[in-house]
Design a protein around this ligand. Structure first.
Ligand SMILES: *Cc1c(COP(=O)(O)O)cnc(C)c1O
Length: 394
């Protein structure tokens, strides 16, 4: 049995004609024939849409596609990845509750946790997600959820989702799988309760959308959608449509990006202009063994964990990073990731810029670290371009 390929997903069947691509339902509301129909829509005995802040055919089509890809009962879409994480967090925890989060989460997710603590009196414990026993040890009677990422940014530490989920018992595990996508891992199959993504990254994959998604049980998604409606975190139809379009080529893009990255990582690792490389496919990476256990190898024989690789220049501080950016004309500095073109970012001033130098040093993030988001260009081209830039810097 084959699974449905994403290229076949997202069609909206209720049209009188049969457009080959789904239309965009750019509408605020939907006309309703009478109060009986409205009552049926409200009670759920009839299916339809009422108001786009609550639901829209483009949302539903994308949410269903994500649910299929994640092997979940249901999905939901949000205005951004942060919208998804905020809606899930505010659904599961409130005043007086406790949550456990990985200490190396995406910077704005950490900021969200501080907000929940300060404004909504949610207690937050920060743990090292590489140690499942430390996660389990943080559980309190009022713990409402635990949030981790499949692979951390920018050190690319791989979390053992199944071990963490087992240690948590009944506490729901929420996993941000932005870096990995359902092509590489399905957190729900490893025991997670909810998976979230910034679809602004790989799921859309073209660097032109802000969108978030979540998937999980029908009851969890119903509750989360209700939160997102009240707090106005829902996506808009056009972004959902664009993401559905990007999703069609997800398997091809992820395979290409992984194959290029597992060749670039060893190339950078042996380069004289680079002092250290962080990628789970390298045997010297701290979580190489976990990655080998959890992730599959491609036809190229290497472990596929995605297209993000970090490397450290041979000294020179931020000035060396600026010089690298000036020389690397074809590889732009862009504070995002998972664009179709290769980009670089600087964790110390972007994703982790809100921390003190000391806090960054404790995590292992230095001023000379550059994060590469590998795009769809060929390995040979990227190797030659990076080699030219690094060689000029020596
Ligand atoms: C980008 C990102 C987010 C936030 O998503 P937005 O769509 O930018 O709001 C959350 N988690 C991870 C891992 C990300 O890379």
């Amino acid at each position: 049995m084959f699974e449905t390929h994403p290229s076949r997903m997202g069609h909206i069947p209720e049209m009188a004609t049969s457009p080959s691509a789904p239309p965009i339902y750019q509408t605020t509301a939907f006309d309703i024939p009478d109060l009986d129909v409205l009552a049926a829509l409200h009670s759920g005995t009839a299916f339809g849409h009422i108001y786009t802040r609550d639901s829209n055919p483009n949302h539903s089509a994308l949410a269903d596609s994500i649910a299929q890809l994640e092997h979940a009962e249901a999905g939901a879409v949000f205005a951004s990845g942060m919208g998804a994480i905020a809606a899930v967090s505010m659904t599961l925890a409130g005043c007086g509750d406790h949550v456990i989060v990985g200490r190396s989460l995406y910077g704005i997710t950490l900021k969200l946790m501080t907000r929940l603590q300060q404004q909504f009196a949610v207690e937050v414990s920060y743990v090292d997600a590489c140690h499942p026993s430390a996660v389990a040890a943080a559980i309190r009677p009022n713990t409402k959820f635990c949030l981790i990422e499949t692979i951390s940014n920018p050190l690319l530490e791989v979390a053992d989702i199944a071990a963490i989920a087992t240690g948590l018992g009944d506490v729901p595990l929420v996993v941000d799988s932005t870096f990995t996508t359902p092509e590489l891992i399905r957190p729900l199959e490893q025991g997670a309760a909810i998976v979230v993504h910034s679809a602004s990254k790989y799921l859309n994959g073209h660097g032109d959308v802000m969108l978030g998604v979540a998937a999980g049980s029908a009851s969890h998604m119903k509750a989360v959608r209700s939160t997102s409606s009240v707090f106005g975190q829902n996506a808009n139809p056009f972004e959902s449509w664009l993401t559905q379009r990007g999703l069609r080529t997800l398997p091809l893009r992820i395979r290409q990006v992984c194959e290029t990255t597992t060749r670039l990582a060893p190339f950078l690792n042996q380069h004289a202009g680079v002092s250290k490389v962080f990628h789970p496919s390298l045997v010297n990476h701290g979580t190489h063994a976990t990655a080998t256990r959890l992730y599959s190898t491609g036809t190229d024989g290497a472990i596929h964990t995605g297209g993000i690789v970090s490397f450290v220049l041979n000294g020179g501080g931020k000035a060396a990073v600026s010089r690298f950016m000036q020389l690397a004309e074809t590889i732009p500095f862009s504070p995002t990731l998972a664009d179709s073109r290769t980009t670089v970012s600087h964790p110390a001033t972007t994703s982790h810029g809100f921390m003190t130098k000391q806090e960054r040093a404790e995590l292992g993030i230095t001023d000379e670290m550059i994060r590469l988001s590998v795009g769809l260009e060929s390995f040979e081209q990227l190797r030659d371009e990076l080699d030219a830039v690094l060689s000029q810097m020596e």
